[in-house]
Design a protein around this ligand. Structure first.
Ligand SMILES: *Cc1c(COP(=O)(O)O)cnc(C)c1O
Length: 377
């Protein structure tokens, strides 16, 4: 009787992300920091934004950082500051969040997709060269799920053809490749502070990092309507400014970033151990890379069935991303078709992200893995 009791699994709810668990530990600090901004009435820009920029530049091993309104605007502002627009082509991966491709088209340029490496899910550098034309101006590698793309061959191709490289590091702040920080290798790097990212604000926010001083100065203008002096508009920019309330909250969270990313890595190790010997394909992290595991993505056959089953057990999982960009209705005009990027299309059908947030307990991971292994045996 006793042993039977022990075997019975207590039902629990495992959410994909639990922002309240994080917030409850730093609530007082956040409230104090936000109150400080409100009391100062520095409602736009100000010391909090400047301090965050300095610190993000520092942790990214970059000279400069420009706070912006979102990860999306970080990419858009980068492209605009590099004068990319109509008639230009920008190479990127179709297996990414919409914003990567969306920003390219919003400048008037044309996205040119290149398939992924099926192990890392990042752009496959071996396929980039073939996609370069005389119109190509830039490459946007995306450091997906917390792991950086294979940057050495990407930079080599960029140098050969004189192309800019904009790192979409929205999911990979402080991740490394051969010891080098995300955002520090290309022309510039883009971060997102969307609440589900490893360093998440209390709303939207983003940042661009670079080592190029003149580009930095231009980005500072570009995020503020391209204004160089008061009411003097050198460029056609936008309102891409970072909210000081976000900066204040992010300054509270930044000292915890390494600890949180390590907790995610520890969870990943525990998951890997639980899945060892099963049919579940666990994330592959290249030996040159340290991942911050913004997502823990497994690959399984009959993915949709498993997803539904886990949902019925109150375990929340999600598919990043179910439809590659080249098959999105809004990009139909680009003329791509099913079969053009087989690895991206296959990944879109087989991958699913499991809960990996720092506060997730071993018991929760046991619970999740037991159901998956029971179903997949
Ligand atoms: C989150 C994300 C973005 C966009 O960031 P927002 O802050 O949500 O605008 C861009 N690219 C990738 C890969 C992302 O994951």
């Amino acid at each position: 009787m006793k042993s039977k009791m022990k075997q019975e699994v207590q039902p629990m709810h495992v959410p994909l992300l639990d922002l309240k668990a994080q917030y409850s530990k730093i609530r007082e600090e956040i409230l104090e920091a936000v109150t400080e901004v409100l009391d100062s009435q520095y409602c736009i820009g100000g010391p909090k934004v400047a301090e965050l920029e300095e610190k993000i530049a520092q942790i990214s091993d970059c000279k400069y950082a420009v706070g912006v309104s979102s990860g999306t605007d970080a990419i858009l502002c980068s492209l605009m500051s590099l004068d990319i627009g109509a008639g230009d082509e920008v190479i990127t991966t179709p297996f990414t969040f919409f914003a990567t491709g969306g920003c390219i088209t919003r400048t008037g340029a044309k996205p040119v997709f290149v398939d992924i490496d099926p192990k890392t899910y990042n752009i496959n550098p071996e396929l980039i060269d073939k996609a370069v034309t005389e119109k190509t101006r830039a490459i946007i590698p995306v450091h997906l799920f917390g792991q950086m793309a294979d940057m050495d061959p990407i930079m080599e191709i960029a140098h050969k053809h004189n192309l800019y490289v904009i790192e979409d590091a929205a999911q990979s702040i402080s991740a490394t490749y051969k010891g080098r920080k995300a955002g520090s290798i290309g022309t510039c790097g883009c971060f997102s502070f969307f609440p589900s990212k490893n360093l998440g604000g209390i709303g939207d926010g983003g940042m661009i990092v670079t080592n190029d001083e003149s580009l930095y100065k231009k980005m500072v203008c570009m995020r503020n309507h391209g204004q160089t002096d008061e009411y003097q508009h050198q460029y056609i920019g936008g309102n891409f400014r970072l909210d000081p309330i976000q900066a204040a909250a992010l300054l509270v969270k930044l000292p915890y970033l390494d600890e949180w990313s390590k907790a995610r890595r520890d969870n990943a190790v525990y998951y890997d151990e639980r899945f060892a010997g099963s049919v579940v394909e666990t994330p592959y992290i290249h030996p040159d890379c340290v991942s911050i595991y913004n997502q823990y993505v497994i690959r399984v056959p009959n993915r949709d069935e498993l997803l539904e089953y886990l949902e019925s057990k109150n375990i929340s999982c999600r598919v990043y991303y179910p439809l590659p960009l080249h098959l999105q209705p809004c990009f139909k005009y680009l003329g791509y078709k099913q079969g053009d990027f087989p690895e991206s299309e296959k990944a879109a059908k087989e991958v699913m992200a499991l809960p990996i947030y720092p506060e997730l307990t071993d018991e929760m991971i046991d619970y999740v893995t037991e159901f998956i292994k029971a179903k997949k045996k």
